[in-house]
Design a protein around this ligand. Structure first.
Ligand code: FEO
Length: 396
């Protein structure tokens, strides 16, 4: 431990005691150019509580921040809201040091933590709605299954009305400020997090928000496990989650492609012109310079996905296949689109791409646009027409 790392007070009895990872640039397939934070929280009371821990390698920083408030050994209860390693990596080492009276997780969390660490962590399961009175601080636990793991849960601190939301409402953004009002880029990063982590569970998000509404839960502060704490307007991120979960198509097309000798790129440009001519917004994203997770982010508030690939050895180009596998997993709903590309011997790779778009749930408004070698005026005109038709569908 050192004296350089300080806790940040977020409510009368609550301190942020997490770690900042300025170096992280990749999080299981998701690009993180701003790094991230692994948030952990200290709740004071007769029996101090530590909510969540940090990724392996960051325990020293977390313990130093705790030590700026109380000696870490005074912590009596540790809560693990989620067993993914960015929150549990240091759990065993921290438990060995703190030796708390209780270590709490959801029923599924007890199973998944055991499956991760294969050692006795002295875990106790808490059920949905269970309260914990820690002497002056009372927490209620709510299961948030599949947001985004089966073990996920959140905890609500009574009185101060702080929701410890685990991954929900989080974002990957390392920053000096700890609060939403100190973090100007929060909307784009929160959207990227939703698009790349939470999107497949949008039906669960809707149910979770409805359950919270019905229970009258309106937190004054939302404290997620990544990125800033929502203190200025927590209702805004809740509203955005409701919007994003709806996956309503917007008047914007995303055109993603790769190219070998420039032919597929020419088609992409012509399709984009057609989209613009129809009065829709367009984002053209060459895979040579666009990360798959940036494309997923752009799709969050779009209505069309048009994907282009050259044919290589009868197949979809490898970078395009990578994108499609990722998007199939994210399962964005309510998109229209089309496949296009250039071929030499046979258009099989573009037909394969069309099948992948179908698997991703994209309603294709036209047969694949396949161009033999280099597009001529007729091929470019067909590409423009396809873009205009996409726009017409978006504006219908
Ligand atoms: Fe931040 Fe699902 O871990």
């Amino acid at each position: 431990m050192d004296g350089a790392h300080k806790a940040v007070k977020i409510a009368e009895k609550v301190y942020w005691v997490g770690a900042i990872d300025w170096r992280l640039r990749e999080f299981h397939g998701y690009s993180t150019p701003r790094g991230t934070t692994y948030n952990a929280y200290l709740v004071l009371g007769e029996k101090p509580i530590l909510l969540d821990t940090v990724k392996a390698g960051f325990a020293g920083e977390m313990l130093s921040r705790i030590a700026s408030v109380i000696p870490p050994e005074e912590i009596k209860i540790v809560v693990s809201n989620h067993s993914e390693m960015d929150h549990s990596g240091e759990l065993p080492s921290v438990l060995k040091k703190l030796r708390p009276e209780k270590v709490l997780a959801s029923e599924m969390g007890v199973k998944t933590l055991r499956a991760h660490f294969h050692e006795d962590l002295n875990l106790t399961a808490v059920s949905d709605g269970q309260k914990l009175d820690a002497g002056g601080s009372a927490l209620t636990f709510y299961e948030s299954r599949m947001l985004h793991w089966p073990d996920s849960m959140v905890a609500l601190l009574e009185g101060e009305n702080v929701l410890f939301s685990n991954d929900i409402f989080g974002m990957h953004a390392a920053c000096g400020g700890r609060f939403d009002d100190e973090t100007p880029a929060w909307r784009a990063e929160a959207a990227k997090y939703y698009a790349n982590i939470v999107l497949p569970y949008s039906a669960v998000v809707k149910a979770f928000l409805a359950k919270a509404e019905k229970a009258g839960i309106r937190p004054k502060i939302i404290a997620p496990d990544h990125g800033p704490v929502w203190r200025k307007n927590p209702a805004e991120i809740v509203r955005l989650y409701g919007k994003w979960a709806g996956q309503k198509p917007e008047n914007k097309a995303v055109i993603a492609y790769d190219t070998m000798w420039g032919s597929t790129e020419k088609l992409a440009g012509a399709i984009a012109e057609g989209v613009i001519s129809g009065g829709s917004e367009v984002r053209v994203m060459p895979l040579s310079s666009s990360h798959r997770s940036e494309i997923a982010s752009e799709l969050l508030e779009a209505g069309a996905l048009v994907v282009g690939s050259p044919v290589l050895n009868k197949q979809v180009f490898p970078t395009v296949a990578d994108l499609m596998v990722y998007l199939i997993g994210l399962a964005r709903k309510n998109l229209v689109g089309a496949a296009f590309g250039s071929y030499g011997w046979a258009p099989s790779g573009i037909e394969n791409l069309s099948a992948m778009l179908k698997e991703a749930g994209v309603e294709q408004i036209a047969a694949p646009l396949c161009c033999h070698y280099v597009p001529d005026e007729a091929a470019l005109s067909a590409a423009f027409k396809l873009g205009a038709e996409i726009s017409a569908r978006l504006r219908a």
